[in-house]
Design a protein around this ligand. Structure first.
Ligand SMILES: [Zn+2]
Length: 468
């Protein structure tokens, strides 16, 4: 049985979706006003792995993610750049999706742009007003937190703390309670606006998510994920909105929150100026390295990003690469395998079991990773002992491919190698010698090419180079 740590109960709970094997999963997406950084990469790698694991276990996962494309940050940044907020948001949405693609974060079933759900947002605000959970003041419509008795149940508090992600400052002297948050904001001149029964304006942040999830999933669903700085006020507000509207609870059965990516113990954040963009990281490092680096830590623990962690991950990746090379090039000379045919079979089933046991325990990726590295160590030992037949090597590769459906860092198509011009010249010279039937000279050139680490293969369409 899969166990998941639920923020709502602060306990690991057995995972039982609301309906059979169907899992509706919603994860808070980015506010697209700038390039995404490694902190964002962490969140989305974590939920990519979780969604992929659930699918591997036979769950039918619909993974929905919103994209906040209207927000104070977007409006302010657009002003600075002297472009329209729409243009800024659509540009950075594109860049965000490019980053996700580069990191092979591809488990999301659908991205939902907030501005496409204005009709649903207005409907939710209307219902909240009707039920008197919301009230109108000069600058917008607010949620009255004193009306919702369970407010604070998820976060165990009702007041802001320094670490909370705040999208906009919902400060207005007319508010009934200090913690009341904005549902609909009347627009100032030159700001993006939509028509509503209360005048032109734009949606608040928290209401986006419940409007989107109600449309796709209804008033209740299985899992809501996000980084832990969203617990308060963002997720607390979502519960207050949707449960007040529907009268049904809980909005979400399992709340999963990922830890921060820190630099010297401090959260990586744009506002703190200590961030590395995904783009910049990928200029220097392969994308699979970032996936491995994130998977090395349990999703709820902080990842402190530093040189040591980076070089550790690099070494581990190298170790995996070497092992894969050995497996792929395993020749049929293994002698001792026949004496113990169960050797590899046992190793494979042990690894599978360890991997699954770790993942079933609240997605314990570092332990699952340890199972992979145990396999590498034992596999290397058996190869050195000449106990791995080509058939065994194929089975081991198959196992790693299965595991990689979840982790997605082991097998990665390498960029095409650039063959030096000098080497290409040698091939050309050899071709010419062969045409002129200068066999001895052609053979000498072949040897020269071999010394450079390549083998020439003569095909119908000409000579081809293969790395030795
Ligand atoms: Zn959200």
């Amino acid at each position: 049985m899969l166990k998941i740590y639920n923020t709502l109960s602060r306990k690991k709970e057995s995972f039982r979706p609301r309906k059979d094997k169907k899992v509706n999963l919603f994860v808070c997406g980015p506010t697209v006003y700038d390039f995404s950084h490694l902190g964002h990469a962490r969140t989305y790698i974590v939920f990519d792995v979780i969604a992929k694991y659930l699918r591997e276990k036979g769950y039918d996962v619909f993974y929905l993610q919103n994209i906040t494309d209207i927000d104070d940050k977007i409006i302010n940044r657009a002003k600075e750049k002297n472009i329209s907020p729409q243009k800024l948001a659509s540009g950075f949405k594109r860049e965000y999706l490019k980053d996700m693609k580069a990191l092979k974060i591809d488990a999301v079933s659908e991205y939902a742009k907030a501005t496409k759900y204005v009709k649903e947002i207005i409907s939710q605000v209307e219902r909240l007003l009707k039920k008197r959970y919301a009230y109108q003041i000069k600058d917008g419509i607010y949620y009255d937190i004193s009306r919702f008795k369970r407010y604070g149940r998820l976060s165990k508090r009702t007041a802001l703390q320094a670490e909370d992600a705040v999208s906009r400052i919902d400060e207005d002297k007319e508010k009934r309670n200090k913690g009341d948050f904005c549902l609909w904001k009347f627009s100032k001149p030159e700001e993006p606006k939509w028509k509503s029964p209360w005048g032109e304006g734009r949606p608040g942040w928290h209401i986006e998510d419940t409007a989107i999830t109600e449309k796709h999933f209804g008033p209740r669903y299985d899992i809501h994920g996000g980084a832990k700085d969203l617990i308060f006020p963002h997720h607390e507000a979502e519960i207050a909105q949707m449960e007040a509207i529907s009268g049904k609870k809980p909005l979400v059965k399992y709340w999963i929150h990922s830890g921060f990516l820190t630099v010297k113990g401090q959260k990586m954040a744009k506002s703190l100026g200590n961030f590395i963009t995904i783009r910049d990281f990928l200029k220097e490092n392969p994308a699979r390295l970032l996936r491995l680096l994130i998977i090395k830590t349990h999703y709820r623990s902080p990842v402190d990003y530093n040189e040591k962690l980076l070089s550790q991950a690099k070494k581990e990746l190298e170790k995996i690469n070497e092992f894969l090379d050995k497996l792929k090039n395993q020749k049929g000379t293994a002698q001792l395998a026949a004496r113990n045919p169960k050797l590899i079979r046992n190793l494979i089933s042990k690894t599978k079991k360890e991997f699954d046991r770790a993942m079933r325990d609240d997605f314990n990726t570092p332990e699952a990773l340890a199972a992979i590295f145990n396999l590498v160590t034992e596999g290397n030992y058996l190869i050195a002992q000449n106990k791995v037949r080509p058939k065994d090597a194929r089975h081991l590769l198959k196992l790693l491919k299965e595991i990689d459906k979840v982790f997605n860092f082991i097998f990665w198509k390498m960029p095409k190698e650039k063959i030096p011009q000098a080497l290409l010249n040698l091939v050309k010279q050899r071709e010419e010698c062969r045409k002129k039937e200068l066999w001895q000279k052609a053979d000498e050139l072949r040897k020269k090419i071999k010394e450079l680490g390549y083998r020439v293969e003569d095909t119908k369409v000409g000579a081809k180079l293969k790395r030795i």
